[in-house]
Design a protein around this ligand. Structure first.
Ligand code: JHZ
Length: 413
């Protein structure tokens, strides 16, 4: 496969009625943190633009970057973000209480990363993780979480299922935006599930991207910005049923979707599905103009944030970035915020420490640097954990360090 392919038809419904609604230009890969050696080499950049499908209302990237470049060596480790790990433990408990009837029942996780969620179910039922990233699945295997290091596909399911049987639950969090051939993955889930099995997955929601202005969640890994409308069309086109939906306060506001093969869920959707679809229509998520207007808001936000940071720098203030999430790199690169503004970026992920951010080349360091160097301001790039981080950093804030929160509107706390 080539490293980058332009899509001329919708990945979900095959229609060619695609309209480009946002163009962020050429960008480096958001999780491709660089070593000092890498800084001497030319950095790969790929087009980052967003299309709207007038046929199935899906919002998706105009280009697909080869998954091997994106996911084989992955810097994102679920357990590095405590609030996220706790969120997945709660979900694992919910799965156990509501769906597991016997220790023989099987729970399969797509994109199982370091095994964070499955670790909570270990010993209570059978578990299997599937994830293509070699570096993070090593961690899961060392914790004795049965894991297959591979991409989840229908072909893979056909090989695995005869050996271990159908799955009572397939779970997939924050990966349904990452897969080019999503129809194949849903077909694989359909094949894997037992007749009364459930597919439970979480995705960031395109409505949140608009209301909270978190445009920074747009990067090459995220091929889709799902709405319930586009997911419903996909699920039903494969003969599955969309059973329920909940909104959850993760990555802004995400969707947790429950689907299955009829007769799961009585073969019909809950009233929450109907209500949520209405909400999306009211928000304009089935019209391309809504997304075109959103792109204008990004420019306003860019102006406000960069003026603030340049002003503080001119006053001689010391500013750090707080967190080196993938999304932070979209923000830093698109807004041109480099090491002249942020001296360092701190992050709790060990493998990110001592690297440089893609594109802007700001050094990533351990959070201890905040205590040692005491900046005047920090730009909160991991804004989705603002409440937990502000609480955790009370001491730092008492010493006078101010937090700049970049979305939905720039504010200082
Ligand atoms: P976080 C990831 O995006 C990647 P990212 C992925 N592609 C995806 O789909 C989305 O999630 C949904 C650090 N941190 O979770 C740890 C601190 O330093 O917002 C992480 O590097 N201190 C799968 O990367 C980063 O921030 C802290 O106190 O945008 C958070 O990354 C906390 C809480 C986090 O996801």
């Amino acid at each position: 496969m080539e490293n980058c392919i332009k899509k001329i038809t919708c990945r979900l419904c095959g229609s060619s009625a695609l309209e480009m609604v946002l163009d962020l230009g050429n960008m480096p890969l958001a999780n491709a943190f660089l070593s000092k050696e890498d800084l001497k080499k030319e950095e790969a950049c790929f087009p980052l633009a967003v299309n709207f499908c007038h046929h199935c209302f899906s919002v998706q990237l105009s280009h697909t970057v080869n998954g091997n470049l994106l996911f084989k060596n992955y810097h994102y480790v679920t357990s590095a973000s405590k609030p996220l790990a706790e969120h997945f433990y709660t979900l694992a408990d919910e799965i156990f209480e509501n769906y597991i009837q016997s220790p023989k029942d099987l729970v399969v996780e797509i994109g199982s990363n370091d095994g964070c969620l499955l670790s909570r179910l270990k010993g209570k039922c059978r578990i299997l993780g599937i994830d293509p990233a070699e570096n993070v699945t090593i961690v899961a295997k060392s914790e004795k979480i049965p894991t297959v290091t591979d991409f989840f596909t229908l072909d893979l399911v056909k090989k695995i299922k005869p050996k271990i049987g159908p799955a009572r639950v397939v779970v997939a969090n924050n990966v349904m935006a990452h897969i080019d051939d999503l129809r194949d993955v849903f077909s694989g889930v359909k094949e894997f599930l037992s007749d009364d099995g459930y597919f439970i997955f979480e995705v960031h929601w395109v409505g949140n991207l608009l209301t909270e202005g978190g445009f920074d969640q747009i990067y090459h890994e995220h091929l889709f910005y799902h709405s319930l409308h586009s997911l419903k069309n996909l699920i039903e086109s494969l003969g599955m049923v969309l059973i329920d939906v909940k909104t959850i306060p993760i990555h802004g506001e995400s969707l947790r979707v429950y689907a299955g093969n009829p007769p799961a869920g009585g073969g019909k959707s809950s009233p929450a599905v109907e209500n949520f679809l209405k909400r999306e229509i009211e928000m304009g998520l089935t019209k391309s103009e809504t997304f075109v207007n959103f792109s204008k808001k990004i420019e306003t936000n860019k102006k406000k944030l960069t003026e603030l940071l340049h002003g503080l720098k001119a006053e001689g203030k010391k500013i750090f970035g707080y967190g080196a999430p993938a999304k932070g790199n979209t923000l830093l690169n698109y807004f041109h915020i480099g090491p002249d503004i942020l001296e360092y970026v701190t992050d709790t992920t060990l493998s990110k420490q001592s690297t440089y951010t893609p594109g802007m080349h700001i050094r990533v360091v351990s959070p201890e640097m905040l205590i040692k160097e005491q900046p005047d301001f920090v730009l909160l790039l991991s804004w989705n954990y603002a409440d937990a981080i502000l609480e955790k950093e009370k001491e730092l804030r008492n010493k006078g360090v101010k937090f700049i929160i970049p979305v939905p509107q720039v504010r200082i706390v």
